[in-house]
Design a protein around this ligand. Structure first.
Ligand SMILES: Nc1ncnc2c1ncn2[C@@H]1O[C@H](COP(=O)(O)OP(=O)(O)O)[C@@H](O)[C@H]1O
Ligand SMILES: [Mg+2]
Length: 254
């Protein structure tokens, strides 16, 4: 049984079928990528899987449990964490505090109690801080722990967001265009970090515009076009797939 199974999932926005009867599976311990032109439905599919949008039909099973229609925090609690195409950090908080927000999903006292600094939350707070620092160290951003989110470069913000998602200790990590806005060196670093995360045993589903990046790190690639799945195969087969070549060279997407 796959870690994630998406079966005949559909979503319509007004007259637009954003996701059209899509099915696929992600095996535990692998990196699966989702590519396709702008507007193909990639982010919508992520929103459906992570509970930010409810499907019109179909089923999504995660760890052998039906999760379609659950709220985002319920999906997160089941072991799924995500990042966003448009970075969402708390601007006035430090990098460390931003990462610790992710960790609070794991504390029993909860986020509110922690914000109120109730005494019984103190020990969990310290544990959360240690864990957050450990993750920032792993991603090479420990030196930025005290820096306010607004003072970080774009690439650094992407890594803080990634650390926050990892702080949830997910079984499945959803990354929506983690290399968007990064330069070539930062993109290469991001690719190596993503491979290292997979090697830690975390399964990854990644949406990416940079096709060469996903060709290098993915075990399998799904191609979406106009909300429909066009191909779902290993990178070498995707590269040779005629429908895929037509979509990428046919002027649908510059
Ligand atoms: N909340 C929404 N309301 C209306 N249309 C939307 C909404 N979200 C996405 N869409 C539309 O659905 C289509 C797929 O969008 P999206 O999933 O963001 O594509 P991608 O991530 O592949 O670029 C686009 O045409 C987009 O404009
Ligand atoms: Mg998108």
């Amino acid at each position: 049984m796959a870690l994630l199974e998406v079966k005949d999932v559909r979503k319509r926005f007004g007259g637009l079928q954003a996701v059209d009867t899509v099915s696929f599976a992600v095996a535990e311990g692998t990196i699966k990528a989702l590519i396709g032109p702008n507007g193909a439905g990639k982010t919508t599919l992520f929103n459906l899987i992570s509970g930010f949008v409810s499907p019109d039909g179909g089923a999504i099973s995660f760890r052998e449990r039906q999760v379609q229609g659950l709220r985002p925090y319920q999906v997160a609690a089941a072991g799924m964490a995500r990042t966003f195409q448009h970075i969402r950090l708390f601007p006035k908080m430090s990098s460390l505090e931003n990462v610790m927000v992710g960790r609070h999903l794991h504390g029993r006292s909860g986020f509110l109690a922690s914000m109120l600094s109730l005494p019984r939350t103190r020990r969990e707070e310290l544990k959360a801080k240690d864990k957050a620092m450990e993750l920032m160290d792993f991603l090479g951003i420990a030196g930025l722990a005290g820096t306010e989110a607004t003072s970080l470069s774009y690439g650094q913000q992407r890594l803080v967001e990634l650390a926050r998602a990892l702080a949830c200790e997910p079984r499945l990590l959803l990354l929506d265009e983690p290399a968007a806005g990064l330069n070539m060196r930062e993109t290469a670093e991001m690719a190596s970090v993503i491979s290292k995360i997979r090697d830690m045993g975390i399964t990854i589903l990644i949406v990416e515009h940079d096709v060469s990046l996903v060709m290098n790190i993915s075990d399998e690639i799904i191609v979406l076009n106009y909300g429909r799945k066009v191909a779902d195969d290993v990178p070498l087969a995707i590269q040779k797939n005629e429908d895929v070549i037509r979509i990428y060279l046919g002027g649908d997407d510059a």
